[in-house]
Design a protein around this ligand. Structure first.
Ligand code: CU
Length: 343
């Protein structure tokens, strides 16, 4: 009987905290895919004493675009100012009972989606309230000293003003570029930077999906995968869209450790604009493959209502969380128009 009780207790503990059974608690040296030798800080979180300090709503993040505080220079140039604060002590419940030390830009993973029009002047007041050095490195075109690589910003209040012209048109990642880079990225210091063309794209229901992985036991392999950080979120909370309405998804792959990721859409195909730099799509497909920081814009419309999956066709990733559902509703606007026309 005692043996039975101990077995039940033992299995309950394992079931409650499965991902912490082999956590690393010491600094660890490892060789990255590029051959570099890096060392982790070895910080781990004990789930027994953890409370989430992050408030993140993937549904809100999906369609939340930050255009900054707008002003104009005498020559007519639009200036967009942002304040981005880095922290590295937040705890997030990434899955029920699984707590993870996230490193954040403005409190969440991913950080805010920064959006501007080509040619705008961006002023990003970066404040590092973390305990380690951090930076902001934008993909795109800018001066060397604005690249966020050779100008580490010290923790506990260090500041840096990134100032550059928005460009080129497209969707780009930004991320911290302090070594060991893999560690700073997998903990969550990244976000999306959208540069709109001066002549606006066609109106659409627009959304951002950052494909990410979570290495919750620090063994340099991902334990969870997701679109927008929370595994299985959009499967449990389907993204509601309408029939006959253009959907535009800005997708960025930030998964570390695994060389590739991919994006498969059910019951439809999408036009795909790699990096979003060209206004003419390169592919019409239901599957794209993305390497680290590879990104692009997907455009599609559903004709038939119902539930459609979207997920990694690398099945391991979808089974560990990178899967979601589009719930396509009949477009009431179109129906109204049809009624007007008497059809
Ligand atoms: Cu960093």
């Amino acid at each position: 009987m005692i043996l039975l009780i101990s077995l039940v207790i033992g299995f309950s503990v394992i079931a409650l905290f499965p991902t912490f059974s082999d956590a690393q608690s010491e600094p660890k040296t490892f060789v990255t895919h590029s051959g570099a030798i890096v060392q982790t800080s070895g910080e781990i979180i004990d789930p027994l004493y953890t409370v989430s300090t992050v408030d993140f709503d993937p549904m809100e993040y999906l369609r939340d675009f930050n255009y900054g505080q707008v002003s104009e220079l005498p020559d007519g140039t639009v200036v967009r100012e942002f304040t981005i604060i880095a922290e590295d002590d937040k705890i997030m419940e990434v899955s029920p009972g699984v707590f993870y030390n996230v490193w954040t830009f403005n409190g969440t993973v991913p950080g805010p989606t920064i959006r501007a029009t080509e040619g705008d002047l961006l002023r990003i007041n970066f404040i590092n309230n973390g305990s380690k050095e951090h930076t902001m490195h934008f993909h795109g075109i800018h001066q060397a000293e604005m690249d966020g690589v050779f100008e580490p910003v010290g923790g506990n209040g260090g500041q840096f003003l990134y100032e550059f012209e928005a460009g080129p048109v497209g969707v780009h990642p930004y991320h911290c570029h302090v070594m060991p880079l893999e560690e700073h990225i997998v903990h969550g210091l990244y976000g999306v930077f959208i540069v709109d063309p001066k002549e606006e794209r066609q109106p659409a229901d627009e959304m951002v999906m950052v494909l990410n992985g979570l290495d919750t036991d620090f063994d340099t392999e991902n334990n969870f995968y997701a679109a927008n950080t929370i595994p299985f979120y959009y499967q449990h909370h389907p993204i509601q869209i309408n029939t006959n309405e253009l959907i535009r998804v800005y997708v960025v792959n930030m998964v570390e450790f695994d060389p590739i990721n991919n994006f498969h859409l059910h019951g439809n195909l999408y036009k795909y604009y790699p990096t979003g730099t060209d206004l003419v799509p390169s592919f019409y497909t239901d599957m794209i493959t993305l390497s680290q920081t590879e990104r692009g814009i997907m455009e599609f419309e559903y004709n038939y209502p119902g539930k459609y999956l979207f997920h990694a066709h690398k099945v391991e990733f979808s089974e560990k969380g990178w899967i979601g559902i589009f719930l396509v509703n009949e477009n009431s606007k179109k129906n109204t128009q049809e009624l007007d026309r008497g059809t």
